[in-house]
Design a protein around this ligand. Structure first.
Ligand code: FES
Ligand SMILES: [Fe+2]
Length: 466
């Protein structure tokens, strides 16, 4: 009988079971530019191996439990604050039947209002815009952008309302690193307390001065919102889902960190520039490097720049070309950016659905929200691109048509091709979950532990123990 590992048993480093192996921390320490201290930490905490019921992904009743007990109490990312720079700029955020309108105030702060008229309940704002007043589209009750009532038409007929005491109802709203979060629980603890140690781990990455939102794609997915998230919480899927990448992705050497008493975030670090242990047919270094340049940096493919220099590893070569490309395309000097940030994948999940990558090569942010019921989700994925000097304006928000490809959208390029490969699995995942008569998923002990981590937190919300 299998022994269930002790909760505090140290992790089995992936390389113990994965061929010749790599020690991620040793690689990071040997890189030419040292990474921030937080990337030189590794958690020794491992989640217990417990099966996950498929019903959490497929059962409408579980979807309702999530709505009632979890979505009503967690901090949800509603907007990127630089998308609403001017007083009166509004963004409408909807999720699982809730609707709020965020409004930039004259003093520069942001308020979130319940997006429902106290008269007959219509949404006050239907879409993002810039407004001087919040005016109900149905019968014209009007509020200032601060939420003070300014006009009640046919006022004599509303004995229950006092214009001087009819403010719009506010929803909790706080900002971190340029992202605006809302929480429908008036008694929720502050956002930064909710984030825990993630706040200090992010002190080295300030998006408010270094990144802009270049483009956002909205993808309607035929899978549960958690299946969508699961597709990006581990790198074990690279061999099958992104087979072209195993010649330069150290998928089996990734580090997955969760911490005791930190229920709301987890992270991984995935290295670039090594042939995967799962490759049955490893290419020679130059051939692997050619594969990388052909996909990621085609302007260097087949040129002298695309040749590895004497003594250079694939990782060295990728770092060299990435620095050169940032200089040539965007005039950004990356001399002091570590290889760990420049070419690797670093990903944080803030429970329940906020996923942010400080990586330079995969500069993405996304959130998955439920659709109508457990079988649908909405995935909004943005590129948060580094810049120097004046912040460029935010880019377009593009809804992908059914069957459309991220690779065809401006800016996504090869990254879009990779993400399309992930999306292609979604309908099959949902179908397979329903076909599973055992009723459980059996996750990998280490590589999948971030999935078990957020499931444990989700269950605590549903049981009311958090
Ligand atoms: S529903 Fe808003 S004023 Fe009537
Ligand atoms: Fe993937």
């Amino acid at each position: 009988m299998n022994k269930t590992p002790d909760r505090f048993e140290p992790p089995v480093p992936p390389h113990h079971t994965a061929g010749p192996g790599l020690d991620l921390q040793a690689v990071l320490r040997a890189d030419s530019v040292p990474p921030p201290a937080t990337l030189l930490e590794r958690s020794d905490y491992v989640m217990p191996v417990v099966p996950i019921p498929t019903a959490r992904y497929t059962d409408p009743a579980y979807h309702e439990l999530e709505v009632k007990h979890m979505w009503s109490r967690v901090w949800q990312c509603a907007a990127w604050s630089f998308d609403m720079p001017n007083p009166g700029d509004t963004i409408v955020y909807r999720n699982v039947g809730q609707s709020v309108v965020l409004v930039r105030q004259h003093d520069g702060s942001i308020k979130a209002f319940e997006n429902s008229c106290p008269h007959r309940g219509i949404e006050l704002c239907a879409s993002d815009s810039n407004i001087h007043h919040i005016r109900c589209p149905y019968h014209a009750f009007t509020w200032s952008i601060e939420g003070d009532c300014r006009w009640i038409p046919t006022e004599w007929d509303f004995p229950q309302f006092d214009r001087n005491n009819l403010p719009l109802r506010q929803v909790r709203c706080e900002t971190w690193n340029g992202f605006v979060f809302v929480n429908f629980d008036d008694n929720a603890k502050p956002l930064l307390d909710y984030m825990g140690k993630m706040v200090e781990q992010w002190e080295c990455w300030d998006f408010t001065t270094s990144r802009y939102r270049a483009v956002t794609a909205i993808v309607k997915c035929k899978t549960n919102w958690k299946s969508g998230m699961d597709a990006f919480l581990e790198t074990m899927h690279v061999t099958a889902t992104h087979p072209q990448a195993i010649q330069f992705a150290a998928d089996t050497a990734s580090q997955y960190d969760v911490w005791p008493d930190e229920p709301h975030f987890s992270r991984f670090h995935s290295m670039t520039g090594f042939v995967s242990d799962n490759s049955l047919d490893p290419l020679a270094e130059q051939d692997g490097f050619d594969l990388f340049t052909g996909m990621y940096l085609p302007e260097s493919f087949g040129t002298p720049d695309g040749d590895l220099l004497p003594g250079e590893t694939i990782r060295d070569g990728i770092a060299r070309l990435t620095r050169q490309t940032y200089k040539e395309r965007m005039n950004i000097d990356t001399t002091n950016v570590s290889e760990a940030e420049l070419v690797d994948g670093n990903e944080y999940l803030l429970f329940p659905n906020f996923v942010l990558w400080p990586s330079w090569s995969n500069p993405i942010f996304y959130r998955f929200r439920p659709g109508n019921g457990p079988d649908e989700s909405i995935w909004e994925i943005s590129l948060f691109v580094p810049y120097e000097g004046e912040r460029p304006p935010s880019g377009p928000i593009i809804e992908l048509p059914e069957g459309g490809k991220l690779a065809d959208l401006p800016g996504f390029e090869y990254l879009g091709f990779l993400l399309d490969q992930d999306v292609a699995n979604f309908p099959q995942i949902q179908n397979g979950m329903k076909a599973n008569r055992s009723g459980v998923l059996n996750l990998a002990r280490y590589s999948d532990q971030r999935i078990r981590h957020y499931h444990e937190t989700l269950e605590r919300y549903i049981q009311g123990t958090i």
